[in-house]
Design a protein. Structure first.
Length: 258
């Protein structure tokens, strides 16, 4: 069960160069939830996904490394959202007009595995949140937010004290909820700054929103994390993990700003 939960909570990243297949998959009883996507090129081809065709040095230095397609997220949602697995061939024709013809591109996708059935509970600041499952079933936390989200909460309306509506969230809410409730039949916690710290400006009323599921199947099939990522012969193996880590951070920031 612990292995299953670690798979559900994990943020996955997958990528493929032009002309390769991208393949996403989730454990049993979960489906793909696309978080973000990027198609284009923002690093030189000698660092990631080199062109399949020989290029002269003069051509390489003209390569467009500020190229991105705005339709990549919608394409991934259309192809993979709410499915157990999906696979398709990556090429520029899938994403509409090519913003940088002649430049080899790649697709990077961030996704999570969402339980097929889940519950949601909200507690306003300083109220107690109680979670419970039926006998022989235990709690699996999927997400937890403590703070104030842009959409707000119907159960805990925003109190306008002359301050603008600003989104603020605790960075440790998920970890704390897992520690308190993971694998238990019931648990309780106060939605308080004593427990979660205060991620907001003074005077902003916060709430705790938890999404969880109850499960009694400890032997669900997980995605194999022990295997190293498969790189095609067209990809440069040296320094890929470092480049991907750096690229993931850059693109995550880019996606958030967008």
């Amino acid at each position: 069960f612990a292995g299953y939960i670690s798979q559900v909570l994990k943020n996955y990243t997958d990528h493929a160069c032009d002309g390769e297949y991208v393949s996403l998959r989730c454990p049993h009883r979960t489906t793909i939830s696309i978080q973000s996507s990027f198609y284009g090129r923002i690093v030189p081809s000698h660092q990631m996904c080199p062109s399949r065709y020989p290029h002269s040095y003069a051509t390489l230095i003209k390569e467009d490394v500020a190229c991105s397609v705005g339709t990549s997220l919608q394409k991934m949602l259309d192809e993979c959202q709410d499915r157990r697995s999906c696979q398709f061939l990556v090429n520029s024709r899938l994403f509409g007009a090519d913003p940088c013809p002649g430049t080899s591109k790649y697709l990077i996708v961030w996704y999570k595995c969402r339980p097929n059935e889940y519950k949601s509970k909200v507690a306003c600041e300083d109220d107690k949140l109680r979670l419970s499952c039926k006998k022989s079933m235990v709690i699996a936390i999927y997400s937890a937010i403590f703070g104030r989200t842009q959409g707000g909460s119907l159960e805990c309306p925003y109190q306008n004290l002359g301050m603008p509506m600003i989104e603020c969230q605790s960075a440790t809410a998920l970890q704390l909820m897992i520690k308190r409730c993971h694998g238990k039949r019931s648990c309780s916690i106060y939605a308080s700054t004593y427990e979660f710290g205060d991620p907001c400006y003074p005077g902003i009323r916060k709430h705790l929103n938890v999404i969880y599921t109850c499960d009694n199947t400890p032997s669900l099939v997980p995605v194999d994390e022990t295997q190293p990522p498969v790189l095609s012969s067209s990809m440069e193996p040296v320094g890929i993990s470092t480049e991907m880590a750096l690229l993931s951070n850059i693109l995550a920031a880019y996606a958030f700003i967008t």
